[in-house]
Write a protein that binds this ligand. Structure first.
Ligand code: SF4
Length: 962
């Protein structure tokens, strides 16, 4: 990183223009240029973050008036970033003179991010100062979607919404109330609110995000996410772009690099030469959807070469059950287990995997051996990517975990643990009982194994007349833009008999909020309370997102009652909003709702936000003792430091935790499989003569063989399998110009549909062209910048081509954050990033969008808004995708079969067309692929499967229709 003088050759090459001149006259004379510091000096600077004892009165020079030396005094308040799920630590620097937040830096006391952030963390300052932000509650005037709004008070909004919810609850229309969330960013808060109302009303974005991979992991070991211990690994395999994006991105990225610095090798499977792939020791540019074939080939090599971990396989997989079910003719011996697996996967030779995926057989062999040699120190991750893109994408995560099992790396140091081992679960006051309702608009019978709510199907289920949404909240959630088939969402939002009252809780305008009845401004990272705890490494931590101006006011002796009193305008936060709303739904307590939101210390009175968090923090293991030492309450400690490390990083092999004497009291052991049962519930398993907790599966072990899949009508998937994707090469007709489009990758500087209010981020990334290999471009004679028409199953979009060798031949790709829009009648919002479009729906079911103008400079109180130099806002591609729910996991399978064409005369960049009748037909085609409930015992869903907001067990049984 240190600055290096140009060599003689570089000097000549720069002068004659062979390479760019990076050493222009005077360029290195700037004293503050970081390139003049050595790596050691830079590291030292990070160490020199202001010490906490100086946070209330920190002085430093104002960089804006340099070279003058003018000191500024700041109050530094910690919070956490809200620009992806990782919740890295931030510190807000509040100018003590003006009371304004001036900048955000990392928080070195946050154990997950350790003082570091990606570009999106510091860009929070853009978001809070965005001239287009929504500052006051708004109510629509005129017809929904017409774009007319009036300012209302919080009281008016709360009373109207509460009255409508109260009516629905009193009329037993619980399933007509739903809260639909994009980025939750909090732990446990809504698990407190929604069951307290008695509704099965949670709907999430998870089925367009990660539920495919979750399903694959869950089948194995009852946990739905991996927590790779990258820093301690010897070999890391990523089926994602974790160094630049993905879940727990910055915390993971820094640990992947740490692992690499200690000598770990990194392999990446991705058809795109992502930044991650470019930093890897091995890049496997696989054809999309064939990843499982490659992984099974690796598994076969590990088995054939004897590189597996015998102890782990023998003790921690359900191999006896497998042999009895699948090889009843064979003796139940470990040797027969290995032989049966080799036989089961014999067709998955490296050569077969190469034929499927295009990854060279030699590389597959080499990596398989390296993984086997790494043994327990094999860390891996598959998050959205392949798991979220293919019919049967869940099988990728299942096959990846197979390698983790074979090497015995499950939960080992340097291996891959279940994420729940590294996560804190808050205990809330007055915990409500699970709701006694099951909402089939979220979990329809056709998808009994769906790992999360079938949220992408909601508009189609409404269209089919399966119910309605009387009160619907969209919260940090933008399905019109982010989801596939956004025009069908729009059609349903425009029909008030389908969506009754739509309230958008959002910090910024978005394409869904345009179709709301109330738009209620919610705080950004530094303007709200939340608890965060994520599996970023082998330790466990809890962090506190807090409204920094409110906290500053409290410290300065001027406390406020509600967060909106300290925030800009009347921007509020969800926590206080939900408490307030719950009280107004049940003002006299007669509905049994209010009691959950009463103070734990002052009976009958409303709980305050400090009381809520103090109640939780008092119960964080180890925190009371540490806070006491500093003479602080637990709340004050968290408000001061912003985070607390619960466990340092040795939470390995928790499945081997011995059951205590108390736990063993009154248990019985199942003689067939050693499972330990108490009061009808499985609590552990006998392994090597010891009673241990094991995993939360029916066998309490890793399930190589899944009886659940057999019982729920999918016997062909009883063991880890390769499923050919809906975009497999066999189903594409290349002669007609059909290709697979990879629409899932994320640019490291953008956040789904939430970065349009961050000028720095949009300045860096503002286009989403079609990545195309030169060989493919040559077929149409495309050059970079040429227009291309991408025909999907339900319409088309017109984009520009980017010819690049970074794309696997035969595959094209388009990043998924750009192409934001607003119509002329809409409130101005996100002008850094939005095109102005025209939408035409003059023919029923046929939707056309065209770009009227791109991005241009505008007048505002931010001088940078006049300096905008980019014009192109990209193209909205997701809206042209049909819904493709995997019939088992329920995951939307993002990859698209597209027919590539040269646009015709009169067709322009940004043109979009969609036929929503066709999209409804495709919904029905995919629905027909399901194998609906009931399963055994009349169940809707296996009882041992996780379910978000799990209702009372009685609701799991389908009652016979009379
Ligand atoms: S990875 Fe970046 S966007 Fe995500 S929480 Fe950390 S700093 Fe924020």
């Amino acid at each position: 990183m240190g600055y290096k003088k140009p060599s003689f050759i570089e000097n000549i090459a720069e002068k004659i223009g062979i390479i760019p001149n990076l050493h222009k006259e005077g360029y290195q004379e700037f004293d503050g240029d970081m390139r003049h510091f050595s790596d050691e000096e830079v590291a030292q600077m990070y160490e020199n973050f202001p010490p906490p004892e100086k946070w209330d009165n920190w002085q430093e020079y104002d960089p804006k008036v340099w070279p003058k030396k003018v000191k500024k005094t700041y109050q530094i308040i910690p919070t956490t970033c809200f620009n992806c799920e990782s919740a890295c630590g931030l510190t807000a620097f509040i100018d003590k003179e003006t009371g304004e937040v001036k900048k955000f830096e990392g928080n070195p006391y946050h154990p997950g991010s350790r003082g570091r952030n990606c570009a999106k963390g510091p860009a929070t300052i853009n978001q809070i100062t965005d001239p287009d932000r929504i500052l006051f509650p708004l109510k629509r005037k005129g017809k929904r979607g017409e774009g007319e709004w009036e300012r209302v008070s919080w009281d008016e909004a709360l009373d109207s919404i509460a009255a409508r919810i109260r009516k629905a609850l009193k009329e037993d229309r619980h399933n007509e109330i739903a809260y639909h969330v994009g980025r939750p960013g909090a732990e446990g808060f809504m698990n407190w609110v929604l069951p307290a109302w008695g509704i099965d009303g949670h709907n999430s974005h998870t089925n367009i995000c990660s539920s495919g991979a979750r399903f694959g992991y869950n089948l194995w070991y009852g946990y739905d996410r991996p927590s790779p211990d990258h820093a301690e690994a010897k070999f890391i395999l990523l089926i994602s772009a974790h160094l630049e994006s993905g879940h727990y991105f910055n915390p993971h990225a820094q640990r992947i690099i740490e692992g690499k610095m200690k000598g770990a090798k990194l392999a990446t499977m991705d058809p795109r030469l992502s930044n991650t792939a470019s930093m890897s020791d091995y890049w496997m540019p696989s054809y999309p959807g064939t990843e499982a074939a490659v992984l099974l080939a690796m598994a076969l090599i590990i088995l054939q070469e004897g590189l597996y971990n015998r102890d782990y396989l023998e003790n921690w997989t359900n191999w006896e059950e497998y042999l009895k079910a699948r090889h009843a003719d064979k003796e139940v011996t470990f040797e027969n287990y290995i032989a049966a697996m080799i036989d089961e996967y014999k067709e998955f030779t490296p050569e077969f995997a190469e034929k499927e995926s295009g990854v060279k057989a030699e590389m597959i062999k080499e990596i398989a051996v390296k993984i086997g040699e790494a043994g327990e120190r094999f860390a891996s991750h598959n998050w959205r990517s392949a798991g979220a893109s293919n019919l049967g994408g869940w099988a990728v995560a299942r096959c990846l975990h197979f390698l983790t099992v074979l090497t015995g790396a499950v939960g080992a140091k340097g291996g891959t643990s279940p994420n729940s081992w590294n996560k804190f679960k808050p205990q809330v006051p007055h915990t409500p009982k699970p709701q006694k309702k099951w909402n089939e608009l979220h979990f329809p019978k056709e998808y009994p194994l769906a790992f999360f709510e079938m949220s992408q199907l909601l508009p189609h289920l409404l269209k089919d007349g399966r119910g309605k949404m009387d009160v619907y909240f969209s919260r940090v959630f933008n399905p019109v833009w982010t989801y596939p088939d956004g025009f069908t969402w729009m059609e349903m939002f425009l029909d008030e008999s389908k969506f009754g009252l739509h309230t958008a809780l959002t910090p910024t305008w978005n394409e869904t909020a345009f179709f709301a009845d109330f738009v209620l401004p919610m705080g950004l990272a530094s303007e709200r309370h939340d608890i965060n705890s994520y599996a970023t490494h082998g330790g466990t931590w809890v962090a506190f997102r807090q409204p920094v101006l409110r906290e500053a006011a409290r410290r300065n002796g001027k406390p406020v009652e509600y967060t909106y009193e300290a925030n800009p305008g009347e921007v509020w936060e969800e926590d206080e909003f939900w408490i307030e709303l719950s009280w107004r739904i049940d003002p006299d307590g007669s509905m049994g709702i209010r009691k959950h939101f009463e103070s734990p210390n002052r009976p009958g009175e409303k709980i305050t936000i400090e009381e809520y968090y103090q109640y939780i923090f008092e119960r964080v293991p180890g925190l009371p003792e540490v806070a006491k030492k500093e003479g602080l309450t637990e709340f004050e400690y968290m408000a001061k430091y912003g985070a607390f490390e619960i466990e340092k990083g040795e939470s390995y092999n928790k499945n081997e935790t011995a059951l205590t004497k108390d736990q063993l009291n009154g248990t019985e052991v199942d003689k067939t499989n050693g499972v330990i049962r108490k009061n009808g519930k499985d609590i552990g398993v006998m392994v090597n003569g010891k009673a241990v907790v094991g995993f939360p599966t029916p066998s309490r072990k890793n399930e190589f063989y899944s009886q659940t899949m057999v019982d729920w009508k999918w016997p062909e998937y009883a063991t880890p399998t390769y499923i050919k994707s809906h975009i497999h090469n066999d189903v594409l007709d290349k002669s007609k110009g059909e290709y697979v489009l990879v629409p899932t990758f994320r640019l490291p500087t953008l956040i789904h549909s939430r970065s349009g209010n961050a000028k720095w981020l949009v300045e860096i990334s503002n286009r989403n062209p079609i990545w195309m290999h030169p060989d493919d471009a040559a077929k149409w004679n495309f050059k970079t910048g040429d227009l291309v028409k991408m025909n999907t199953d339900i319409g088309y979009f017109i984009d520009k081509v980017w010819v690049t060798q970074s794309m696997k031949p035969g595959v094209v790709a388009c990043s998924h954050h750009i192409g934001r829009w607003r119509r002329e009648q809409d409130k101005t919002g996100n002008r850094w990033a939005t095109n102005t479009v025209n939408i035409d729906n003059s023919e029923k079911g046929k939707w056309k969008m065209s770009t009227k103008s791109g991005i241009s400079p505008f007048e505002s109180n931010d001088k940078d808004s006049k300096r905008i130099f980019w014009k192109d806002g990209g193209v909205h591609q997701n809206i042209t995708h049909a819904v493709h729910p995997d019939p088992i996991s329920g995951m939307h399978t993002w990859h698209q079969r597209v027919r590539i064409e040269i646009p015709g005369k009169g067709e322009n960049y940004g043109d979009i067309f969609v036929d929503t009748d066709k999209s409804h037909e495709i919904f029905k085609e995919w629905l027909a692929m399901t194998r609906p409930a009931p399963g055994p015992d009349g169940l809707r869903r296996p009882l041992w499967f996780k379910r978000a907001f799990k209702p009372d067990e009685s609701t799991f049984y389908i009652k016979e229709e009379k």
